[in-house]
Design a protein around this ligand. Structure first.
Ligand SMILES: NC(=O)c1ccc[n+]([C@@H]2O[C@H](COP(=O)([O-])OP(=O)(O)OC[C@H]3O[C@@H](n4cnc5c(N)ncnc54)[C@H](OP(=O)(O)O)[C@@H]3O)[C@@H](O)[C@H]2O)c1
Length: 263
């Protein structure tokens, strides 16, 4: 299926690995020109080189830490410089640390809120006027199933991402008439280095192995396995497409059936 994205431009966060990289691959396969953003370094450069080589599209890189207050403005400027303008932004970066919900830390709340809420909100705010004036734009956020069903050791993630969802849901009806859609994907447990790290952390806390932790999760997931990052990347590409132009303000779980509640 041709998603009609050839020649569109996309800024993809957290694109050196995991879900961001998988989303970038799908958008590149559809012919988008890309700006890949993460904290930078060799992994980001390698991702850019591999995507360029595999899909014959222009790929540039932007290095910036989403937990820093100055990064959103820097990334917006650099992306527009490199791409001319940004049609699609995939809001994504790394996850916060784990914590017992009754023993959180004010400094970590501030850092996590910057990482997961303020930076994506500021970045979107900066890119929206151009999208609205051109009559076409896509805001796609990679969130977490924790915004539907809080995850015990991820209090920072549950709360800060919920703030972002609330803001995205607020702006969606304000910009759809200008051709801009605002949606999100809620991953459950997709096979990335972040999830491997979470499994390892839980294993250390509970005195077992990461393999046993993973096996336990897989028994509980109706699909019987962790998801492949591409299974989320494909959905990000769909949300970015022209075919999804009437879909806005939605936040859909990609979780192998784990969330049992009605939407
Ligand atoms: N995988 C899942 O099933 C799942 C489930 C629920 C929620 N999530 C959330 O979805 C997001 C992506 O998950 P993932 O599994 O793909 O994670 P991942 O494998 O750890 O990849 C994270 C990506 O973000 C970049 N990054 C990390 N910290 C950053 C920062 N401070 N500023 C800018 N970029 C940063 C990393 O690259 P650099 O190291 O180059 O910066 C990397 O490209 C995370 O927020 C995660 O918590 C994932």
């Amino acid at each position: 299926m041709d998603l009609g994205l050839r020649g569109r431009t996309a800024l993809v966060g957290g694109a050196s690995g995991g879900l961001g990289r998988a989303s970038a691959e799908r958008l590149a396969a559809e012919g988008c020109r890309l700006a890949l953003w993460s904290r930078g370094g060799q992994t980001l450069q390698q991702a850019a080189a591999e995507i360029r080589q595999a899909h014959s599209v222009e790929v540039t890189t932007i290095a910036g830490d989403a937990a820093d207050a100055s990064t959103a403005a820097f990334v917006a400027t650099e992306a527009q410089k490199a791409l001319g303008h940004v049609d699609i932004v995939v809001l994504n970066a790394g996850g916060p640390p784990t914590a017992e919900a009754t023993r959180t830390d004010p400094a970590e709340w501030r850092r996590s809120f910057q990482l997961l809420a303020i930076t994506p909100i500021e970045l979107t705010t900066l890119l929206l006027p151009g999208m609205r004036s051109r009559g076409w734009g896509r805001i796609v956020s990679i969130l977490s199933s924790g915004v539907r069903q809080p995850i015990p050791e991820l209090a920072y993630s549950n709360a800060c991402r919920s703030a972002l969802v609330a803001w995205l849901k607020t702006i969606a009806p304000e910009v759809i008439a200008d051709g801009v859609t605002v949606n999100g994907a809620l991953p459950g447990r997709l096979d990335t280095s972040r999830v491997a790290w979470l499994d390892q952390a839980r294993a250390e806390r509970t005195g077992t192995t990461a393999e046993e932790i993973r096996a336990g999760f897989e028994r509980a997931i109706p699909a019987g396995r962790y998801g492949d990052p591409d299974e989320l990347g494909a959905y990000v590409a769909w949300l970015s497409s022209d075919l999804a132009r009437y879909q806005t303000g939605t936040f859909v779980a990609i979780d192998g059936g784990s969330l049992r509640a009605l939407p």
